[in-house]
Design a binder for this molecule. Structure first.
Ligand code: DCP
Ligand code: MG
Ligand code: MN
Length: 384
């Protein structure tokens, strides 16, 4: 991933990449992390190829492509399809699973449970399933949340957030990260970092979650807040020798009151007292041409200036790029996370971290690259 590459759209392997991408998406949705990663690594490797990779041997010669993937690449080029993908797409159970997993905040386990209870459609769920508030919102706005968001609309949501922030404190700033910052023409959601030159997290929380967000609810822009989460902040203070490879972030439900004057799912945000991340949905103000704009998924992340650089890297991604940056840091005896780059991290057997180390840099994205010895890579090129 860290080598330079050309992500050309006229790559001769585009058909192969497209099919492998669908498989990766399938494995990702079913929670198969290792296959997802293998496919994405393979896709990334294929993107860098200037000529068509058509045989198993050619595929195996490419760094990042293993035996099973090489077989599949040969099959795709030879038959123009992949039997495994066809069977995935045609299996009715699989289709129900995909449908249910498309509901915001519904994972493989929940989808499977509903399927085993005999539900086959969103209407089945609406009529018979016990849905949490979040799941209800996910079902009600299923089509909205499935759509990609055009760049201009991402910007418009960002501008509304910025206005509300400025109202709370004139130096508050909204920075849109995620796929938008990588220059993508459209995004799955809107990722907003909220920062300020001098404020700490609790001050940011007061202004953003205590003032700006409640204002955005009152004006009808914010529709729901699904949860706040502490991200990985807790890992910082909990030294653990048996930390799992994939740490889950802790999610806590936020303080919400149901507005008695409106529908039961119309929630009034009364402020969050913990957490640095708010996952929610937002809607642009209606216009004559568009009286009912789609609800969009929006993530708000509080970021103090001292860790803005590290957060910019994390929240810009993509996730594969982040993984390779972190791996690089760990190879150099350092550690990179959302808070910063740390040195003198002592690792025991199996690279298990034994001390947190000292903060080297958190503020500047460019300096983190420099210290890691990685040539600066603009966000648009972080698409491994
Ligand atoms: N991220 C990560 N690892 C994850 C999830 C996210 O490193 N498992 C980081 C990189 C992502 C950023 O957070 O770019 C935002 O996450 P999103 O899920 O919003 O992903 P993107 O914005 O990249 O894509 P999309 O357009 O689908 O939202
Ligand atoms: Mg995103
Ligand atoms: Mn996001």
């Amino acid at each position: 991933c860290m080598e330079s590459h050309t992500g050309k759209s006229d790559n001769p392997n585009n058909r192969t990449i497209d099919i492998l991408q669908q498989m990766a998406t399938h494995y990702d949705r079913t929670g198969d992390k290792w296959r997802t990663l293998a496919y994405r690594k393979g896709i990334s490797a294929l993107r860098k190829q200037a000529s068509l990779i058509s045989t198993k041997e050619q595929a195996l010669a490419v760094n990042g492509i293993g035996g099973r993937l090489a077989d599949k690449i040969e099959e795709i080029v030879t038959t123009n399809r992949l039997a495994r993908l066809d069977s995935v797409l045609e299996d009715p159970d699989e289709q129900v699973l995909q449908l249910f997993m498309g509901i915001y905040d519904v994972g493989y386990t929940q989808a499977k449970l509903w399927m085993h209870q005999g539900y086959r459609s969103l209407d089945d769920l609406r009529a018979h399933a016990k849905l949490s508030t979040n799941q209800q919102i996910g079902v009600d706005h299923y089509d909205d949340f499935q759509q990609r968001i055009p760049r201009a609309e991402v910007e418009a949501h960002g501008a509304v957030v910025q206005k509300a922030l400025t109202r709370a404190d004139r130096k508050l700033q909204a920075i849109i990260g995620g796929s938008y910052r990588r220059g993508m023409p459209n995004s799955g959601d809107i990722d907003v970092m909220i920062t300020h030159p001098t404020a700490d997290v609790s001050q940011l929380r007061e202004w953003a979650f205590g003032n700006a967000v409640p204002y955005l609810f009152r004006t009808g822009f914010m529709k729901c807040a699904l949860a706040t989460s502490r991200g990985k902040a807790k890992d910082q203070t909990t030294p653990s020798k048996t930390k799992k490879r994939f740490t889950r972030s802790t999610t806590t439900t936020i303080d919400m009151n149901t507005d008695p004057h409106t529908s039961p799912t119309n929630l009034i945000f009364t402020g969050a007292t913990t957490g640095t991340k708010l996952l929610g949905a937002s809607q642009l103000p209606p216009t004559l041409e568009n009286p009912n704009p789609p609800w969009r998924r929006i993530d708000l992340l509080l970021v103090p200036a001292c860790s803005l650089g590290a957060n910019l890297i994390y929240f810009t991604g993509n996730d594969i790029f982040n993984r390779s940056m972190r791996l690089l840091a760990s190879r150099k005896g350092m550690r990179l996370n959302q808070h910063g780059l740390y040195k003198n991290v002592i690792r025991g057997p199996n690279r298990v971290k034994e001390t947190e180390g000292e903060l080297v840099e958190g503020r500047s994205e460019k300096k983190i690259f420099q210290i890691l010895g990685v040539p600066w890579r603009p966000p648009e090129e972080r698409r491994c």
